[in-house]
Write a protein that binds this ligand. Structure first.
Ligand code: T5A
Ligand code: NA
Length: 206
């Protein structure tokens, strides 16, 4: 048996990532695909609880310290993620290293290169689904503006960083301003192809 596919969803706040991650996971399960869902930040761990307090503005950290916590939150899951992939389980992950770098570079004075460094050595995604959403649409969606980075200027900078991080080999851009079912159908087709390709591959590339 080959390995599972490592699928990551990226995009600005309220692009619809969590919605699509759930729809995709359910659809894959219905097709008999072994699949696991994972979100970053993973707010359930000790590091994740600190991150949650930071995002909801209960505690302060310097932008660099916060970034290293987000990265540590991925590193603490690394062995479990690799084990699942090697056992043939496909992972559907809500935000990953690109979010780390894109948000940190927009919020600290550090370069995108500096901000990419802490995540080097983590397993690389096979496919990054990038959900594109415009400013107006983003702000119309539920609970906009409550968390730390939800300001127009910040989101613009983050969007530019995502454009710079996009790797044409693995990134798949999706217009996320359509209805949920249409977005889902496009994503499912692309992901099934990736799962098929990964089933013939082993071991993981870094
Ligand atoms: N962060 C994260 C870092 O700074 N560094 C890091 O390393 C990481 C991993 C929290 C913050 O942390 C930052 C980024 C964030 O600012 P989070 O927990 O992923 O990250 O954030 P959440 O608040 O959970 O999620 P988002 O704001 O990113 O929203 P989603 O998941 O993109 O959107 P979703 O699916 O929850 O949908 C939002 C709303 O829109 C509706 C939904 O029903 C919901 O109400 N919606 C649609 N409406 C119309 N049409 C559609 N097609 C729709 N799809 C969804
Ligand atoms: Na989300």
């Amino acid at each position: 048996m080959g390995r599972g596919a490592f699928i990551v969803f990226e995009g600005l706040d309220r692009a619809g990532k969590s919605t699509q991650v759930s729809m995709l996971t359910d659809a894959l399960r219905e097709r008999g695909v072994a699949v696991q869902k994972q979100s970053f930040p993973d707010r359930s761990t000790a590091i994740g609880k600190l991150i949650d307090d930071y995002l909801t503005k209960k505690v302060e950290f310097s932008p660099e310290a916060a970034h290293l916590l987000f990265s540590a939150n991925r590193w603490e899951c690394k062995d479990r993620l690799i084990k699942s992939l090697e056992e043939g389980t496909t992972l559907v992950v809500d935000r990953y290293a690109a979010s780390g770098a894109a948000y940190a570079a927009a919020n600290s004075g550090q370069t995108l290169e500096w901000c990419s460094q802490p995540d080097r050595g983590l397993p690389a995604p096979d496919l990054v689904i990038f959900l594109r959403v415009g400013e107006e649409e983003q702000q119309k969606r539920a609970n906009w503006g409550e968390e730390r980075f939800e300001r127009v200027e910040t989101q613009r900078k983050i969007g530019k960083n995502f454009d710079r991080l996009a790797d044409s080999r693995t990134w798949f851009g999706v217009d996320a301003q359509r209805d949920k079912a249409a977005i889902h159908a496009e994503i499912l087709e692309r992901v099934l192809k990736a799962i098929h390709e990964c089933a013939d591959q082993s071991p993981l590339e870094n």
